[in-house]
Design a protein around this ligand. Sequence first.
Ligand SMILES: Nc1ncnc2c1ncn2[C@@H]1O[C@H](COP(=O)(O)OP(=O)(O)O)[C@@H](O)[C@H]1O
Ligand SMILES: [Mg+2]
Length: 733
Amino acid sequence: MCYIWQSFSTSPRGLRFTWQMWFNLPMPKYTMTISRLTVDKLGVKLYDRVSAVIAEIIANSYDADATEVTVRAPMGEMLATKSKGVIADRGYVIEVEDNGVGMTAEEVNEFYLKVGKERRNDPRQGDLSKTYKRRVMGRKGVGKLAPFGVCEKIEVITAGGDPCEYTGAKGVKKTGYLRCHLVLERRAILNETDEPYYPPIGSLDGTYCPKKGTIIRMTIFDYRHVPAMLDFERQMAQKFGLQSAKWKIVLQDVNKKPSQRDYKCSVGAFQIEANKATKIIFSRKAKAKEDSRKPTDYTVTGPPKIGLGGLLPGFEHEGRFYPIIGWVGYAPKPYKDELMAGIRIYCRGKIAAQTKLFDLTAGFTGEHDVRSYLIGELHAGWLDESEDLIRTDRQDILWSHDLGQSFEKWGQSLVKLLGKITREPMRVSAWEKFQEESKIEEKVEAAFPGKDNKEIREQTMEMAETIARAARKDELEDPQTVECFVQLSLLLGPHITLDRKLKQAAGSKDRPMAVVSEVLKTARIAELASFGRIVDDRVRVIETIETLKDDKTTQEAELQKLLTEAPWLINPAWSPITANQPFESLRSEFIKFYKTRTKKDLVLHDFSDSKKRADFVLSSQDNTIQIIEIKRPHHKLINVEMERIVRYYDLMKEFLKEEGNEEFAKKFPNYHITLVCDKIGLSGSARAAFDGYKATNALTHINWKTFLLRTVQAHQEFLNEAKRQRKMSGGKP
Ligand SMILES: Nc1ncnc2c1ncn2[C@@H]1O[C@H](COP(=O)(O)OP(=O)(O)O)[C@@H](O)[C@H]1O
Ligand SMILES: [Mg+2]
């Protein structure tokens, strides 16, 4: 058996020379010689990446109607070492095996060993694959040489043609396929000569195997890297944007045992999803032919309520229509990953180019969003047909070509349009994103269960949507803020429903009791939601204090400020009443009174400087004036501090008794001291005063531990009760 390698020989030049010499015929007058070196110029060097090489071989398997291709390679490894400029192969073998139609020796010679033969023009091969009628990816007849971009030796082991009978081991008769095994060496092929090349025959040549298929085996590598398994998988998925029941690529790591993780992996579909609400979809009508060039056979649909400004599903060039199918849209999050960002352009299911902006110059509306979020997958089957616009190594399209320019112009108008419609879709996306991140639907369902609460649920969801759409992007990225929005919606939903029910009740004339009971029920849920919210907030504040309390640097001033804003910490029944005019004037009058008596300034509520400590917190609850003294955790109260408290107390008593202050005394008949302090270190008269106040209930002393425990308990009980009641109000689902 002999294999002849011929450069650009659709005519069997090499053979003719032999016959001419054999039969002693005159040589032709003119001879055109094409060097095998041309092979190199065809662009083999462009294939310098292992993944691009493998993709080319896989493309051949696809064209050969394979349903499964297995790539065996050392994943994540360097294929050679390099030291002082000397490259040394590491002995690795990379194999691509398919279960396609394979080749007979004749087919090897006629198809495989002919360089630059365009299969689509050959009636024996054509544009469609034999069995599955796939539109073939092969074009220029050079793909098989791609491995020479990374290695020295390619072996082809292939079995095809018709089945034949052969005698297997122990004389058993079997049916199978005759194998061809040949070796191609880069050094011999990329030689400056026009002589035919006779590839050496491999050891398996002439043997049989039970199934058809092809193995391409590569050895003796340059200094190249094989991507790690997962990267490889994604790269293959991106390169072959198609996936079907009859097409599967499996990657296998030769360095791993079957029991190890990542030993094998099957290439999935390349999954990037645009927000549905931002998608522009180009499609071919169901009844239209796959290669139809009728503009009316194609459609474009955009997001609802968005004008497409005359955008067509393709473009016109020199009187011909070039259709495009696929989609573009905004990704839910920006992709930093080059494989995913931008628009991927496919031709016959294999990637031809990836572009961000179709080379649109900067400075258009929505540019930032387009740059960070635009994704898409467009299919243009015509890219390599009458005019071949795809670079040999399929890394890009020849945009400078006339047709390329028209395509680019169309692409630019698409990008511009997307830039303009960006804002609206991003808001929609905010809501989609919020729903996903927050699990709002589940939470609303849990908070207001049952069919009776349907309206509240709807109102709450509507509220959440309004909030989410108005939110900034960074807010929606922060889980705490998102949760805060959820809580706010849960709080407002019932109130809005109540408001609506009240309006309905005012307008309805019949069955007043039914309407009222409905209103009351909603009011109760609204109330519970509000209380629940208040208590939730309070529990959070308590948690903050717990950390503050253990922090050594915590100032008393900070604790005082906290108490003024959250007096319920002292007593859960106390509420922060901000606008209480009589008490405000009592406070300022008392400060004046204090100054005349002691010649000293009393600081009661100046929190503008957080380092500055107020003398104490003066608050009023239930017509009682509250003098609250809070000391740092672990602080021991000493005599002078107690004496100061006594002075405040006495002066307050005097102040209320003073002539002209009867109004105050009437409004606030009682006064009381609360002391939050961990230890008491008093002696003498100070101790006596302390004990005396306690005995008459003029003073309440609590330490930090009880103080916090008491508040947490009171609030936790409330929370549990609110939860229970909310559940009860749901009725039966
Ligand atoms: N895995 C394979 N199985 C069967 N035939 C193959 C395989 N790989 C290559 N061939 C044959 O070799 C030819 C040349 O392949 P190639 O150089 O990639 O050019 P093209 O794919 O453009 O035709 C193919 O057209 C096909 O007939
Ligand atoms: Mg090919």
